[in-house]
Design a protein around this ligand. Structure first.
Ligand SMILES: Cc1cc2nc3c(=O)[nH]c(=O)nc-3n(C[C@H](O)[C@H](O)[C@H](O)COP(=O)(O)O)c2cc1C
Length: 389
């Protein structure tokens, strides 16, 4: 392939470099993967109605979240096992985000520790929390606080694991289990395999500390089950523990968003986990209008963002910023840190180009006015109507 020019090109390169079971882990969705397709479809179904004869000679794609500047309305989403895609993948993503001037969200299931990432990247770091066990959650939150993370993100859509049938069929797990098939898969992808042999199999780095060696915690970790009893009352417990900004991720409805804010959260992230949990969930974009109508706190959104124009659509519909999940992971898996840099630059260029094309010189001026609503019906209804045909 010539020089990759879009996220899809990086996806193709990632697919080439990674063994099938690793690419499937990165790419796969739950069950029939209709949610995965639907996340893309809703973005495709939103159309712009450009304004002409506007001075677009100078454009500004910067934004702020709680007064902190972002060079573009994008944030790198928390993703687990990044080191399986590229050696020290978390560090590569965090450094690229810092250079680009956007936050990086480190996953609880990272393969570099909270402290290692803080030591390697100078930019704004957020920490994503999975509550596997309360005691462990408390330790992780305290570690993130003392390592200087500025924002906590609680993920709420993994009470039980999604049924990812690609992973089940491939026997994908950490620690990796080797079979004749996985060995052949590795041999057919020598660049990835050589890296693994050179650097060793990545581990869930946040659980290697002394505190996490406690037998009760180890048992919780080994079962890989989240604490499924974590509910609204527990949010207050978490809120008390974390003195900085708190976002709740995995929200799909306006009433839940409202309740999060009433309980002290500073913002919500509309997300269906990139189609990896509940296959028939609505796409976050479909819940955006009703959510921003109910809360004035920042609403972020992810799931299905692959183009700068998707970012512009989400911001025009009321999102403060979007999170990139697979898009930056394709860059990482294809070409490491340079690949992440390239994907971020592509997104920036596409956002800027889209703004110019629709006649909107600044991201802060975006509104639904730039979107075609099919004769005055709400965008949420427009999404549903077009999808059902
Ligand atoms: C490989 C992979 C691993 C992920 N791991 C996590 C995780 O550890 N914590 C979390 O909150 N979300 C996780 N997610 C979900 C992302 O944060 C994000 O919601 C999703 O990727 C957005 O969809 P997109 O990939 O279509 O952009 C993961 C997603 C992928 C693709």
């Amino acid at each position: 392939m010539n020089k990759p020019v879009n996220v899809a090109d990086f996806r193709a390169l990632a697919r080439k470099r990674l063994p099938r079971m690793v690419f499937d882990y990165l790419e796969g969705g739950a069950e029939d993967e209709r949610g995965l397709q639907h996340n893309r479809q809703v973005f495709d179904d939103v159309r712009f109605q450009p304004r002409r004869l506007v001075d677009i000679s100078e454009r500004d794609i910067r934004t702020t979240i709680f007064g902190k500047p972002l060079s573009a309305p994008i944030i790198i989403a928390p993703t687990g096992l990044n080191g399986v895609l590229w050696h020290e993948g978390d560090l590569a993503l965090a450094r690229a985000a810092a250079r680009f001037g956007i936050p990086f969200i480190l996953s609880t299931a990272s393969t570099a520790s909270i402290e290692a990432v803080a030591g390697a990247a100078s930019g704004e770091l957020w920490f994503q929390l999975y509550v596997v066990h309360r005691k462990l959650a408390e330790q992780l939150v305290k570690r993130a606080l003392s390592a200087g993370y500025t924002t906590l993100v609680l993920t709420t859509d993994v009470g039980v694991n999604g049924k990812r049938e690609r992973d089940i069929r491939n026997g994908f797990s950490l620690p990796m289990r080797y079979s004749a098939r996985t060995v052949i898969d590795g041999v057919l992808h020598p660049r990835w395999s050589c890296d693994l042999l050179r650097h060793g199999v990545p581990q869930l780095a946040n659980f290697a500390s002394n505190e996490a060696q406690d037998a009760e915690l180890q048992a919780a970790l080994m079962s890989r089950q989240m604490d499924a009893s974590f509910a609204w009352d527990d949010l207050a417990w978490l809120r008390d523990m974390w003195p900085h900004k708190l976002f709740i991720k995995g929200i799909s409805r306006a009433d839940d968003a409202e309740r999060c804010i009433a309980l002290g959260a500073d913002g919500v992230i509309l997300s269906n986990h990139g189609g990896r949990q509940l296959d028939s969930a609505i796409a976050p974009l479909e819940a955006l209008e009703s959510t921003t109508a109910r809360i004035s706190a920042p609403v972020l959104l992810d799931s299905g963002v692959r183009r700068g124009s998707d970012v512009v659509k989400a911001v025009a519909m009321g999102a403060k910023s979007v999170l990139l999940g697979r898009a930056t992971l394709y860059g990482l898996a294809a070409a490491g840190e340079q690949g992440v840099d390239a994907v971020l630059e592509i997104m920036k260029d596409e956002i800027d180009r889209t703004l110019a094309q629709i006649g909107c010189p600044s991201i802060s001026n975006l509104s639904k006015d730039y979107l075609w609503t099919g004769g005055g019906i709400s965008l949420e209804r427009a999404c549903h109507a077009e999808i059902s045909t």
